[in-house]
Design a protein around this ligand. Structure first.
Ligand SMILES: Cc1cc2nc3c(=O)[nH]c(=O)nc-3n(C[C@H](O)[C@H](O)[C@H](O)COP(=O)(O)OP(=O)(O)OC[C@H]3O[C@@H](n4cnc5c(N)ncnc54)[C@H](O)[C@@H]3O)c2cc1C
Length: 557
C-alpha cells in the first residue's frame, strides 16, 4: 500500500508561504456524504481535511425525516435504489447502532390508494429482497392503536429511525482517530489549478472574513445542493436542482413504528418516531437556492391535512417546530424535477472536463451515505495509488462503553440519562464527561432537562475545536431540541459558557439571540395552541425578565 503522508506530494501550489496548510485530499461539505468520505479516506491512511462553510450537518443531513430506508419506498420505481437501501440499512444498524433506533416500519394502504400499486410493490420488494410481511389491520391496530381505522392492507418492513446529528459526529470521531481533520466555518471560495491539475483551494473564514489558501492534490466536492456552485468554481457545469421539503416535528410519539403510505411517493406520507417525538414529512417543490429553507404556515397546514388520513386525531397533538431541507437532486437531464428526478447518486470525475484531481458526488440519500463515500474514496484512492481497502462497513463508528464505565456513570446521571449519554457520546467521550462529573459535583447539574444534558457534557461540546456558538453545542448534544425548545436551557447554557470563559469571543447577548433565533425560525409557522403559549413564555423570560432586545427577528421571514 502506498500512503500519502501529510502534504507529501503537494508541491505545485503557487504563491504559498511556509504557513500554508496542506492536505493530500480536501473534502468540501460536512454533511453525511462528506463526513463519510473523511472517515473512509482517513481509515485507508490518506491525509484528509474536511472543510465546511458553517457547522457540520448545516445542509440536508439534519433537515430530513431521519428514516433509515428499508428500500420499500423505492421498490416499484427504482429497484437498484431499493437494493442499496436494504443493504446499507443492514450495515448502518451494525456500525452505527448508537445512532439507529430499530423501530421497524409499516406500509399501509388506505381505500383511496391504488390496489394495483400494492401488487406491484409486493412483487418489487420480493425481487429486491426487502422482507415485507403482511399482517391484518386488526394486528396493526393492536400494535399501533392511534392508526386510522380505514386501513385496507398493512406490511411490516425493516425501516428504522436514524439520528443525522449523531451519525455525523460519530463519523468525525472515528475519522479523527485515524488522523482525519475537520475545519468548520471555512467556506471554499476558489479551486486552484495549475496546468489543469487541482493544486489547492481558497477558503474564507465565516467569522473574520479572512481568506487563505490550502494546498492539496485532490478535491472532492460533497456539497449536496451546493454541488453546482462548487463545480462552477472550477469552471465546470453540474446540474443540481435543490428540491424543497418541509417537515413537522410533533411533541409526542404518535406510533412506535415508522408509518409509510403504500402508494407512489407523495406529500405528507411518512411518519418517523425519534425518541419522544415524531417527524412528519414531506413536501416537494423546486427551491430557489440551497438556503431556501424557512418553512411556511401554508406548507404546515397542507401537511397536517394530508397527515390526518393516517392519524385522524393529528390536530390534537402539539407541534414542536417545522423545518425545511433541500434535496440535492442531480440530473443529466435538467428538465427532470421534484419526485420525477432520480434519488440515485452519481460520481463525476472532472478529469473528463479537463480538470484533474477534482471529483463531485451528487444526489443520493442519507441511508446510502456510507456506500456513496466508499465509491468516491475508491476513485480517489485509485488516482492516488492507495491500495488499502474500505473498512467502513465492518468497524463500528464508536466503541461501546464498558459495563464498569456505565455503572460509574449511573451514579451521576438522572434515571435513563446514562443510556442516552452513552449513545450520544460513545466510550471515549463518555469517559471524559464522567471523569469531569466525578471530580467536580457541580458538573453533574442538568442544563437541559428535556434531553438530560449535564453541565459536563455542555462544557465538553463547547470546548471542541469545531464549536463557535451555542447552536454548534446544540447539534452535538441535542440541547434545546426537546419539549421546551430552548425556553429554559438557553439562559443556563449561556451562563455555563460565560462562567467557563467559553463564549468564543462573542457578546453573551449575541449568543442568546443567535440560539433563540434558530429555534424561532421553526416555531413561527406553527404559532397556535400550546406552541403559542410557550412562545409567549419564552418571550416573557428573554424580552421581559432578561431585557434582551431583538431576541427574535421577523424581518423578511
Ligand atoms: C425534506 C427531506 C427529507 C429527506 N428524508 C430522507 C430520509 O428520511 N432518509 C434518507 O435516507 N434521506 C432523506 N433525504 C435525503 C438526505 O437528507 C440527503 O440526500 C443527504 O442528507 C445529503 O447529504 P449530503 O452530505 O450529500 O449533503 P448536505 O447534508 O446538504 O451537505 C452538504 C454540505 O456542504 C456544505 N457546503 C456547501 N458549500 C460549501 C462551501 N463552499 N464550502 C464549504 N462547505 C460547503 C454545506 O454547508 C453542507 O453542510 C431527505 C431530504 C430532504 C430534503
Amino acid at each position: 500500500m502506498e500512503c500519502k503522508t501529510k502534504g507529501s506530494s503537494v508541491t505545485s501550489f503557487q504563491g504559498r508561504g511556509n504557513s500554508v496548510e496542506k492536505a493530500t485530499v480536501v473534502v468540501i461539505g460536512g454533511g453525511a456524504t462528506g463526513v463519510g468520505i473523511l472517515r473512509d479516506l482517513a481509515m485507508r491512511g490518506v491525509d484528509v481535511l474536511l472543510l465546511e462553510q458553517r457547522d457540520l450537518v448545516y445542509g440536508s443531513s439534519s433537515r430530513y425525516h431521519g428514516l433509515l430506508h428499508s428500500g420499500g419506498r423505492y421498490a416499484v420505481k427504482d429497484a437498484a435504489a431499493g437494493k442499496e437501501c436494504i443493504e446499507e440499512n443492514t450495515i448502518l444498524r451494525k456500525i452505527g447502532k448508537h445512532c439507529v433506533e430499530a423501530t421497524e416500519g409499516f406500509f399501509i394502504r388506505l381505500p383511496e390508494d391504488d390496489k394495483a400499486f400494492e401488487e406491484k410493490w409486493v412483487e418489487g420488494c420480493r425481487k429486491v429482497g426487502i422482507p415485507a410481511i403482511p399482517i391484518s389491520p386488526e394486528e396493526a391496530w393492536r400494535l399501533e392503536p392511534n392508526l386510522t381505522r380505514r386501513i385496507q392492507s398493512v406490511y411490516r418492513v425493516p425501516d428504522a429511525a436514524i439520528d443525522g446529528f449523531r451519525m455525523a459526529w460519530q463519523n468525525v470521531a472515528s475519522a479523527r482517530r485515524y488522523g482525519g481533520r475537520v475545519r468548520t466555518y471555512t467556506e471554499v471560495i476558489g479551486i486552484e489549478q495549475s496546468n489543469n491539475q487541482v493544486v489547492g483551494v481558497t477558503v474564507r473564514n465565516f467569522f473574520t472574513g479572512e481568506v487563505e489558501k490550502i494546498a492539496c492534490d485532490f478535491v472532492v466536492s460533497a456539497a449536496g445542493s451546493w454541488a453546482g456552485e462548487i463545480a462552477g468554481l472550477a469552471g465546470i457545469k453540474v446540474h443540481v436542482q435543490p428540491d424543497r421539503g418541509t417537515l413537522l416535528a410533533f411533541n409526542h410519539r404518535l406510533s412506535s413504528r415508522i408509518i409509510n403510505r403504500l402508494r407512489p411517493a407523495s406529500d405528507g406520507d411518512i411518519f418517523v418516531p425519534h425518541g419522544s417525538i415524531t417527524i412528519l414529512g414531506t413536501t416537494s417543490s423546486p427551491a430557489e437556492s440551497p438556503e431556501d429553507n424557512l418553512p411556511s404556515t401554508q406548507e404546515v397546514l397542507a401537511m397536517m391535512k394530508i397527515g390526518e388520513a393516517t392519524f385522524e386525531n393529528l390536530g390534537q397533538y402539539r407541534l414542536l417546530r417545522a423545518f425545511t431541507g433541500t434535496r440535492p437532486l442531480y440530473s443529466a437531464d435538467p428538465s427532470a424535477k421534484g419526485r420525477g428526478a432520480s434519488r440515485n447518486f452519481v460520481i463525476l470525475d472532472h478529469e473528463k472536463d479537463n480538470v484533474k484531481g477534482f471529483a463531485s458526488i451528487v444526489g443520493g440519500k442519507f441511508t446510502t451515505y456510507r456506500l456513496m463515500a466508499e465509491k468516491m474514496s475508491d476513485l480517489v484512492c485509485r488516482q492516488l495509488k492507495v491500495t488499502a481497502p474500505c473498512r467502513t462497513a465492518e468497524e463500528p463508528l464508536v466503541e461501546d462503553p464498558s459495563p464498569g464505565l456505565l455503572e460509574k456513570a449511573r451514579h451521576y446521571f438522572p434515571a435513563y440519562g446514562t443510556e442516552l449519554a452513552a449513545s450520544r457520546l460513545g466510550a471515549e467521550r463518555l469517559e471524559k464527561v464522567v471523569q469531569s462529573m466525578e471530580q467536580d459535583p457541580e458538573k453533574r447539574q442538568l442544563v437541559c432537562e428535556c434531553e438530560n444534558i449535564t453541565l459536563a457534557e455542555v462544557e465538553a461540546a463547547a470546548q471542541d475545536s469545531t464549536s463557535h456558538c451555542l447552536s454548534d453545542v446544540r447539534r452535538k448534544t441535542r440541547l434545546g431540541m426537546g419539549t421546551c425548545q430552548g425556553a429554559f436551557c438557553t439562559f443556563r447554557s449561556v451562563g455555563v459558557a460565560d462562567s467557563q470563559n467559553l463564549t468564543w469571543g462573542q457578546d453573551t447577548n449575541k449568543l442568546l439571540q443567535e440560539f433563540l433565533q434558530g429555534r424561532w425560525n421553526g416555531i413561527r409557522p406553527i404559532l397556535w395552541g400550546n406552541t403559542l403559549r410557550e412562545a409567549e413564555l419564552t418571550r416573557g423570560i428573554y424580552a421581559g425578565m432578561l431585557n434582551i432586545n431583538g431576541v427574535i427577528d421577523n424581518e423578511g421571514k
